[in-house]
Structures are given as structure tokens and as C-alpha cells.
Design a binder for this molecule. Structure first.
Ligand code: ZN
Length: 411
């Protein structure tokens, strides 16, 4: 989706602010001799920004507005090394709550909802973002924060919470506890707003059925405001995102080149109006795609697909980028297959080859099934894998996350 004139004007405004402030990215742009972009072609030549840059700017190198206008910081904790510190102005905080309120409205929430918030408060952006959006909506907030399941369930019943905000794993835990205690009839939840970790359809259905609620995926990352920059609508055809605040590109993670709409790649985000720490072409390493066309809900906001994993999972076969999630998606379309599979990539006679091992029971024609799966992969992804069908139970299973992709090319 090409950047529009209006969005370009906003980007130029952000470039000017960055350069004028002499902040971390301001200096980088100045050194590269960039003070504005004229066209979409110019825009895609702008350098990317990376999480490692943000770490290098620790503690306050990203600060682009004068300090008297900074009202808050948030921080994303890296698993290793220095955290990233993101400064916010009052306008940034307000913009974020506006986006979050839109998310709630998109999910059909009103000022009569009672929203139980279980993500954490503090340096992390989650809890406070859920809260600010809910207050803006005029709903009643029950600001629980994480953990203490006993108290969560008591409040959920006594306050008659109608909306649960949580991670998918915590929603699952609550669903199981409610089932175990037989207290379903005391629960008044109608919707769940779930922070978009990657979660399977099975888990989604389980939570939705056990709690009797509709589930919505909310997207966001601390570097870009926090959660609340996109959410799916009732039609569940991807997440609408707020293109008046953000410009999203999908690029080939290997080359950095934009991919056509509809194709899978890495989400790259440019903040259009952020003041405290504007980011230009920030690489999220999240995999998704632009969903072309208009949504049945009639919203004018564009959509991205559910996040399908991280770019680190990418494989390159015969010049085509492939992600395990794409293969998994295709395999799910064959009801005769079990949920186990294994992908092996090898280099045979000068060619990259992908073998996909799948399982089925003995009642189907193995050869025909293999050929059908192989054809479907060719249609969707663009290369022909070797598909091997085996009996159910043959593929390795383990308690831990089973290693499903084995790349033998670099052994
Ligand atoms: Zn929609």
C-alpha cells in the first residue's frame, strides 16, 4: 500500500522535527543528508530503524521533543542487554488513548461495559494503555493488573465484568479455572480483547467456547505507542489499523524491498504524528500481510493479517521466502491430516528441496493426498515441495515445543 501525499507531508514534518532536535535518529538522518522526501519512491529509500538502534540510544537518546513537554516514559525490556526507553509527550499519550478507544469501539464495546484489565501496569505499555482507552470510551475500568487468579475471579463475578483484557495464555488459564470451579453461570463476560501473541485456532476456539465470548486480537508494540494500534472487527478478516497515525509497509525481510499487497513479509512502521520519539521505517520483525480490498464492516481503515510469527522463522527455498506458518495454514485445510508435521530442507544435487512430512490414518489414498498437498503449496507459495504422508503416530512428539523445521542445508 503506497504512502499517500497526506502521509508523506506528515513524514516530512517528523523528519524536520528529528533533525532539528539532534536526537539519535535526527543525527542519523542529518549524516545521511536527508531533510525531506518528495515521493513514495524517495520514501522507500529512507533507512530502516532497528531495535538495536533504539538500545544504542539508551537512556534518552530518542527524545525528540523538548524535555518540558515529555510527560512519561515507557520501556520495553529486552531479554538481553539494555532496555529501550520511549519518551511520550502529553499529545502522544492522548493519541494513544484515541487509538485505543477506536479499538474498543471496533470490537463493539460501549460506555456500559465493565472492563477487567489483567495486563501489567508500570514501565511496560500494556495495562495503562488498556485503561486510558477504556476511560476515554467512558466504560468502567477494573484495573486488576496481572496474576492473583483468586482475586481476578472474585472481582469478575462481583463486578459482573463484561470484557476481559489479557494475553491469550492468561485468558486460557482463567477459562480453565472457571470450568474447574463450575462458576460459569456467575460470569458475565461477553468479549475478550487479547494482546496479539501468536496463538493457534484451537486455543482461540477453546477460550471462546469455555467463556462464551467473542475474541478480538489487538496489535501493538512499546516502540510504537503500545497495544492499540490495530484490532480485528466482528468479521474477523484481519486487523484494522489507524493509518492516520501510522504508515505500515510489508517488506521482504531478506532484501528490505516492499512486497505486493497480500503477500507475507515483515511489518515496518512509520509513526506519522508522534512527538516524543518518532520512528521512521521501524522494523518490527513481525510477519503479516496487507489484506487487500474493503472489509464488510465498511470501515475505511486498512487491514493487516494476524501476526504469523517472527522473521527469524523465515526460510528461503528456490528463491521464494517461506514461513512455517504459511505451510501450517495450508495443512490445516486438509481435515484428513493430524496436527503434527515436520519440514526438512536440504540441498540436493545443487537444488534446495523442501520435504514436508504429514500424518493421516490408514483410510485415505496416501499418494493422492501427498500430491494434493504439494499442489496446494505450489499454488499458494510458488514452489513444489516433496510431500510424504505417513501413518498417525510416526512423527516425533515431545512435551516441549516439538522442533518442526529442520534445515539440513547448513549441517
Ligand atoms: Zn472490518
Amino acid at each position: 500500500m503506497q504512502i499517500t501525499k497526506e502521509q508523506l507531508a506528515l513524514v516530512n514534518d517528523r523528519i524536520r522535527a528529528l533533525v532539528a532536535s539532534g536526537s539519535f535518529y535526527g543525527k542519523k538522518l542529518k549524516e545521511a543528508g536527508i531533510d525531506h522526501v518528495d515521493s513514495p519512491e524517495d520514501f522507500v529509500k529512507l533507512p530502516f530503524s532497528e531495535k538495536s538502534d533504539l538500545r544504542d540510544a539508551y537512556p534518552l537518546g530518542l527524545m525528540t521533543a523538548p524535555e518540558d513537554r515529555i510527560v512519561r516514559i515507557h520501556s520495553s525490556s529486552g531479554t538481553t542487554g539494555k532496555p529501550v526507553i520511549i519518551p511520550y509527550t502529553a499529545k502522544d499519550v492522548e493519541d494513544w488513548s484515541i487509538m485505543f478507544e477506536r479499538c474498543y469501539r471496533m470490537a463493539g464495546l460501549t460506555n456500559m461495559d465493565r472492563i477487567q484489565i489483567t495486563p501489567g501496569y508500570g514501565l511496560w505499555t500494556a495495562g495503562i494503555g488498556f485503561q486510558a482507552g477504556a476511560e476515554r470510551l467512558g466504560a468502567m475500568v477494573i484495573p486488576m493488573g496481572p496474576g492473583n487468579t483468586e482475586k481476578q475471579l472474585t472481582m469478575m463475578q462481583d463486578m459482573k465484568s463484561t470484557v476481559l483484557c489479557s494475553t491469550s495464555s492468561y485468558a486460557l488459564l482463567l477459562a480453565e479455572e472457571i470450568e474447574k470451579r463450575g462458576i460459569k453461570q456467575n460470569i458475565h463476560l461477553r468479549k475478550g480483547i487479547i494482546g496479539s501473541e501468536r496463538w493457534g485456532e484451537k486455543m482461540r476456539t477453546y477460550i471462546s467456547e469455555k467463556l462464551g465470548i467473542e475474541l478480538y486480537d489487538i496489535y501493538g508494540l512499546t516502540e510504537i505507542y503500545g497495544p492499540g494500534i490495530g484490532i480485528n472487527c466482528e468479521h474477523n478478516t484481519g486487523m484494522h489499523y489507524w493509518d492516520d497515525y501510522l504508515y505500515l509497509e510489508i517488506v521482504d525481510p531478506a532484501t528490505g524491498e516492499p512486497v505486493p499487497d497480500g503477500e507475507m513479509g515483515e511489518i515496518v512502521i512509520t509513526t506519522l504524528v508522534k512527538e516524543g520519539a518518532p520512528l521512521i521505517r521501524y522494523r518490527t520483525h513481525d510477519l503479516s500481510r496487507i489484506i487487500p480490498g474493503e472489509c464488510k464492516c465498511g470501515s475505511r481503515f486498512p487491514r493487516i493479517g494476524t501476526v504469523m510469527g517472527r522473521t527469524d522463522d523465515m526460510m528461503k527455498i528456490k528463491g521464494v521466502n517461506v514461513f512455517p506458518a504459511q505451510i501450517e495454514e495450508i495443512l490445516k485445510e486438509f481435515p484428513e491430516l493430524s496436527s503434527e508435521y515436520q519440514i526438512r530442507i536440504s540441498h540436493l544435487e545443487g537444488k534446495d528441496t523442501m520435504r514436508i512430512y504429514v500424518e493421516t490414518n490408514g483410510t485415505v489414498d496416501f499418494l493422492k493426498l501427498a500430491s494434493d498437498v504439494s499442489k496446494r503449496v505450489k499454488e499458494r507459495i510458488g514452489f513444489t515441495p516433496l510431500v510424504k504422508v505417513v501413518e498417525i503416530g510416526v512423527l516425533p512428539r515431545s512435551e516441549k515445543k516439538t522442533k518442526r523445521v529442520i534445515d539440513e542445508r547448513y549441517d
